[in-house]
Design a protein around this ligand. Structure first.
Ligand SMILES: [Zn+2]
Length: 429
């Protein structure tokens, strides 16, 4: 991805630097050749060349680009999970995924960590974004997701011929785990996504169901993944499955819904980030009936939302790391609504807006293993910056409104946002 050349100044806004530090009322960011050289109070700012390009934040907010930490570029707003297998060929899925990446950038998400994808689209999407072929977040690619036979993603009886072949690699036993991970290594992914536990949405593997994968299978996945220098995560709702994942050495935990004190202790010892993805639960409860969800599944989502929120509160209180990612890509929880995850955390979980933004920026970059490159507005970091019309600390839901996104920069290049339409507001590479 090309960075901008020359000097840029983003001024006239409240500066939130993403570190969790107190916001600066009259803040300014200086950028040279795509990297931040200064982020702080305008009163303390060093002089800049008179020909520097200037972006006026119009009294709004200057903050790091957001990181969507549980992103499914290839989930095309499906009304049923099995649509992922039977509706479209890979050619069309790839185009839809590229469109979702463009949308995510327009929503202010300058980076994203994939939580699994159809076929091997992520890897090539990442390449296309890095080569400026299509616009999108800096992507951490996953591949097909590993799931035990008969587990969460394999509930359809064989005669229906819904094998979820594009989405999952089905395994039985540790040897097949090693083979599946090695296949993903060949595909070029950075993250291995697994399904150790069940989910409210699955009829035969509900959210307390632990053994979609055994400890031995998870352990074999971790060893092979780490042996190749990759990272591994898992859909972990049930308490025992979370502990298995932590003991096996998972790099992140998706959902982390039901956690006893022992699970929390293990999490804290390992400092493993958790991505709760709670807006998905709220959206499923709100819109489930329109999509024919039976009440027992909606009841499962209610339990997951409440217990997931409680786990998130306990993790934050204990000093743990939470990422913001909402599992968007379903008909009732669609692409473009990413910032609803943050609103949920402020309004329903009880995180402060500043805590939530730190989770969505700094922690997101750390989850991607790129915390030294972006995620905060500090000298030396890539100028991935979001400029918003309004005070996001007073009303976090402003971030849901694309009309309020004034500018989205990646490496100092103004990629999208309202200000792009104004004359002089381009940043040539
Ligand atoms: Zn997911």
């Amino acid at each position: 991805m090309k960075s901008a050349r020359g000097t840029e100044v983003i001024h006239n806004g409240t500066l939130i630097d993403g570190t969790g530090a107190v916001p600066i009322a009259n803040g300014v960011v200086h950028i040279t050749d795509g990297k931040i050289t200064y982020a702080g109070s305008v009163a303390m700012a060093p002089p800049v060349a008179p020909d520097a390009r200037r972006i006026d934040a119009l009294g709004g907010t200057i903050m790091p680009g957001l990181v969507e930490a549980h992103f499914h570029a290839t989930y095309f707003n499906v009304a049923a999970l099995e649509d992922l297998d039977i509706k479209y060929p890979v050619e069309y899925v790839t185009l839809l995924a590229a469109s979702n990446c463009k949308l995510a950038l327009e929503c202010g998400y300058t980076a994203a960590r994939s939580g699994g994808c159809l076929f091997n689209v992520d890897y090539w999407l990442k390449k296309a974004i890095e080569n400026d072929v299509v616009p999108g977040p800096r992507l951490a690619a996953s591949g097909r997701e590993i799931c035990g036979v008969g587990g969460l993603m394999d509930w359809n009886p064989d005669f229906r011929k819904i094998g979820m072949d594009g989405l999952v690699l089905l395994i039985n036993g540790a040897d097949e785990c090693r083979a599946a991970v090695r296949k993903l290594v060949k595909d070029g992914v950075e993250w291995v996504k697994t399904y150790p536990t069940g989910d409210a949405a699955a009829p035969d593997a509900n959210d307390h169901h632990t053994l979609c994968m055994t400890f031995e299978e998870m352990d074999a996945c971790v060893a092979t993944t780490h042996n190749h220098g990759l990272k591994i995560t898992g859909h972990c709702r049930a308490n025992a499955g979370i502990k298995n994942a932590l003991r096996a050495g998972y790099d992140t935990i998706e959902h982390g819904t039901f956690m006893d004190d022992e699970a929390l202790d293990l999490l804290m010892i390992r400092n493993t980030p958790v991505i709760p993805a709670l807006r998905f639960e709220q959206a499923s409860i709100e819109h489930g009936p329109e999509f024919g969800m039976p009440q027992r599944i909606i009841d499962g989502h209610i339990e997951c939302m409440e217990c997931g929120a409680e786990s998130a509160r306990r993790i934050l209180k204990a000093g743990g790391r939470i990422g913001m990612g909402g599992d968007f890509g379903f008909a009732w929880n669609s692409h473009g609504e990413y910032a609803k995850e943050m609103t949920f955390f402020v309004r329903y979980v009880g995180f402060s807006p500043l805590q939530t933004i730190t989770c969505a920026t700094k922690i997101g970059a750390e989850i991607m293993g790129r915390g030294d490159e972006f995620g905060t507005l500090e000298p030396g970091k890539l100028a991935d910056v979001l400029v918003v019309d309004g005070d996001v600390l007073a009303d976090i839901s402003i971030l849901e409104d694309r009309q309020r996104i004034l500018a989205v920069l990646q490496g100092g290049v103004l990629k999208t946002g309202r200000l792009l339409a104004q004359p002089g507001n381009s940043s040539p590479p």
